[in-house]
Ligand binder design. Structure first.
Ligand code: ARG
Length: 466
């Protein structure tokens, strides 16, 4: 009897134990304990437990005064002390503390309830507010992109494919591409929130509750949109975590690609961007260095979030129905991914707000290259030359120019017509990258009017989100 597991309210108390002759070994206890990380869920666990106490009162299991007493005791639990406690998990910690405060009455709180549904509830409550904060941070990045576009509305840069200068675009047009990516992230996270915001309590361990708890009232009290429809699904499901990690991974990939651009464009080789002193670091040896560490870390941290998604995908694959303890391993990747995404969004916003563009540099890069070749081919096509022939002709002009080191601006109207009579003198104006751009007026293109309209629309779309 001496080493029989105890159910008294003292550290080491288990929410199970009657069936065991002896308690867990110290090695297993250390190996399986999750309080050191799942204590992040303590507010959610207390909130959910209070709602459940009221649901038990509604079901006649607790007298209303008893439910009040339990709620008051739950409110007075020392949340910080969980950091030093040695309970199995956050749910056990909360119930042990409740027993300390409410005595035998606390033994009724778990009536019909399982930690399998509780962990789903707590994770959903925690993730819901985490998503709300992340959405606000995303809107900060979106606003910063529009701010940076507005600072240089007419700047021209070469757009790239294969890291080769391709066609000239407006600087705001380039930034609006990222705006679209982050808008989709906002949409994906909003959709994720809707799938997170479903109330699982009242499902029991897997088979449903044997007590008449009002699940709709629980959902209303906890601010959930609806209730889950199948008790086995509740115990088995981590789709809502996968949804979040997948949305978070895509957002991190967008941040990482922006970071990569910023690292390149601020290098001496490009020299377009000047990053703020506050978001760059020096070298301990080379006095001249101003390194883009903030963006390198964003790029690096994206790997952690993708890793978290991969972890959970592999974790869930092949788990038999329904709950398996493996699923406790969802939390560390989830917590890490959520805070990494939030920190990266905060960082990128600051980088965007403190970046300045040196418009002459990308302007010159566009003018010195043959980004106007497509404009010439299209002008020829507009004048009646079949496009394939126009493409060949513009290509020959480029070949002639690079062999003789003639920049686009080196072609006079006369020289152009002399090169081939299918060119007409007006086409020489297209040697300025700003000219051909004006033809790209189809919605989504880089013509200045089109971009101005897109910027106005983007501002309205962003306002509607907040
Ligand atoms: N700490 C556990 C988790 O996070 C709670 C569920 C425990 N349930 C069980 N049947 N052992 O998954």
């Amino acid at each position: 009897m001496a080493d029989q597991p105890t159910n008294e309210s003292k550290p080491g108390m288990k929410l199970w134990g009657g069936r065991f002759k002896s308690g867990p070994s110290p090695v297993f206890e250390r190996f399986s304990g999750s309080l050191h990380f799942d204590r992040r869920l303590i507010d959610a666990d207390i909130l959910g437990s209070k709602a459940y106490a009221r649901a038990l009162a509604g079901a006649g299991i607790l007298a209303p005064a008893e439910a009040d007493q339990i709620c008051a005791a739950l409110d007075s639990i020392d949340r910080e002390a969980a950091a030093a406690a040695s309970d199995e998990d956050v749910h056990t910690y909360v119930i042990r503390c409740l027993k300390d405060k409410a005595g035998a009455l606390a033994d009724k709180i778990h009536t019909g309830r399982s930690r399998n549904e509780q962990v789903s509830l707590d994770t959903r409550l925690w993730l819901r507010s985490e998503i709300d904060e992340t959405l606000a941070l995303l809107r900060g990045v979106l606003a910063a992109l529009l701010g940076l576009a507005a600072r240089y509305p007419d700047a021209i840069i070469p757009g790239y494919t294969h890291v080769r200068r391709a066609q000239a675009v407006l600087w705001p047009h380039y930034l609006l591409a990222y705006f679209e990516m982050f808008m989709r992230d906002h949409e994906r996270l909003t959709q994720t929130r809707a799938r997170v915001n479903v109330m699982p309590l009242g499902s029991g361990a897997l088979a449903g509750s044997g007590f008449p708890v009002d699940r709709d009232a629980l959902a209303a009290e906890l601010g959930f949109e609806s209730i889950t429809r199948n008790s086995m699904d509740v115990s088995a499901d981590r789709d809502f975590v996968l949804d979040f990690l997948s949305a978070a991974s895509i957002a991190m990939i967008h941040l990482s690609r922006l970071a990569e651009d910023w690292i390149l464009y601020s290098s001496e080789e490009y020299d377009w961007l000047e990053l703020g002193d506050g978001v760059t670091s020096g070298s301990s040896l080379m006095p001249q260095k101003k390194n883009p560490d903030s963006m390198e870390l964003v790029r690096g941290k994206s790997g952690r979030v993708v890793g978290a998604l991969t972890s959970l995908l592999v974790l869930m694959k092949g788990l038999p129905m329904t709950y398996n303890r493996d699923m406790q391993e969802d939390k560390e990747p989830l917590f890490d991914a959520a805070s990494t995404l939030a920190q990266s969004l905060e960082m990128v916003r600051e980088v965007l707000e403190t970046t300045s563009l040196k418009p002459d540099r990308p302007r010159r890069a566009a003018a010195e290259s043959w980004v106007v070749a497509t404009d010439l081919a299209e002008a020829l096509a507009r004048s009646g030359v079949p496009f394939h022939q126009a493409h060949q002709l513009a290509g020959k002009l480029v070949l002639e120019s690079v062999q003789n080191e003639i920049p686009p601006s080196g072609w006079t109207p006369e020289a152009l017509v002399a090169f081939d009579p299918r060119f007409n003198p007006e086409m020489a104006a297209l040697m300025d990258p700003a000219e051909g751009m004006k033809t790209r007026r189809a919605p989504g293109g880089t013509a200045p009017d089109t971009v101005a309209a897109a910027l106005t629309e983007a501002r309205t779309r962003l306002e509607k989100l907040s």
